[in-house]
Design a protein around this ligand. Structure first.
Ligand code: NAD
Length: 261
């Protein structure tokens, strides 16, 4: 349970952010919802029952803006207990078509944004002698790279390394840092039978042992678990939530003979 916990949730207006907000509210948390877009924040806010949650428009890669927002959140709501870095840019571009600005855009949000929020919150916790939990969002693209996702996959590989390095640095302060690496999550769960019209989804499902795309709540369950005291001795862990797709070569037929590889 997250009763009486204050959760700072970035990317709150996104597909996963909305599911995390709903599940964390059910677990008893008070939420500080952050996103780039006011209209997305209004939408997620309207789906929540409790009026104590607050929503803030902020680009988390803007260090000064985030720092002053964090100070307002502490004075208006209280010191956060949990930070969930659920913001991010999902992108697709082949190397030969890649503009440097596109690479920078992805790193700015996924890597720099995660650094800005985590550093500010970790400093706050250490100054106040408080324990805390950070949950970052990685991706299946780290262990199972796909064409067109070198910038995205590399940014998420950086997030996984940051997660494990920060777990090493902050453990003695009672701060746990973990990540969740989702596979393909869409608005609606799609099974192999439905996927024929979309080549990308069909290919992904061919290599997904559990035979369907994930739901936002599949991922939110893992995030809420890592944020809670039920995961009190987990730090530096990356939880793959992929239906088994991150295991690699999951779609291959059995080799006919030992030398057939
Ligand atoms: N959906 C998937 O299949 C999937 C798979 C693997 C990993 N992920 C990761 O999970 C996270 C959430 O994904 P999603 O599916 O909800 O994506 P989404 O695009 O629906 O939501 C992302 C949210 O982050 C916000 N955002 C982006 N940059 C920001 C910034 N600089 N400051 C503040 N807010 C910012 C966007 O406005 C958006 O509301 C991302 O990090 C994504 O890379 C998603």
């Amino acid at each position: 349970m997250l009763t009486d916990k204050i959760v700072l949730l970035t990317g709150a207006g996104g597909l996963l952010g909305q599911a995390v907000a709903a599940m964390m509210e059910r677990e008893g948390a008070t939420l500080a919802l952050i996103d780039l877009h006011r209209e997305k924040l209004d939408r997620v806010r309207s789906t929540l029952r409790c009026q104590d949650h607050r929503a803030f428009e902020c680009d988390v890669s803007d260090c000064d803006r985030f720092q002053s927002l964090l100070e307002s959140i502490v004075s208006e709501i209280g010191c956060p207990d949990v930070l969930v870095n659920c913001h991010g840019v999902i992108a697709s571009k082949l190397l030969v078509d890649m503009e440097l600005s596109e690479w920078r855009r992805v790193f700015e949000a996924n890597v720099f944004g995660t650094l800005v929020t985590s550093r500010a919150v970790a400093r706050l916790w250490i100054e106040r002698g408080r324990e805390g939990v950070i949950v970052n969002l990685s991706s299946m693209s780290v262990r199972s790279p796909r064409a067109g996702a070198s910038h995205y996959g590399a940014s998420k590989a950086a997030v996984e390394n940051m997660t494990q390095t920060w777990a090493a640095e902050l453990g003695r302060n009672g701060i746990r840092v973990n990540a969740v690496a989702p596979g393909l999550i869409m608005d609606e769960v799609i099974t192999e039978a439905d996927a024929a019209s979309d080549g990308y989804v069909a290919d992904t499902l061919q290599a997904t042992p559990l035979g369907r795309t994930g739901s936002a709540s599949d991922v939110a369950e893992a995030i809420v678990f890592l944020a809670s005291d039920r995961a009190a001795w987990l730090s530096g862990t990356v939880v793959d939530v992929t239906g088994g797709a991150h295991c690699g070569r999951t779609h291959m037929r059995i080799a006919s003979a030992p030398d057939a590889r």
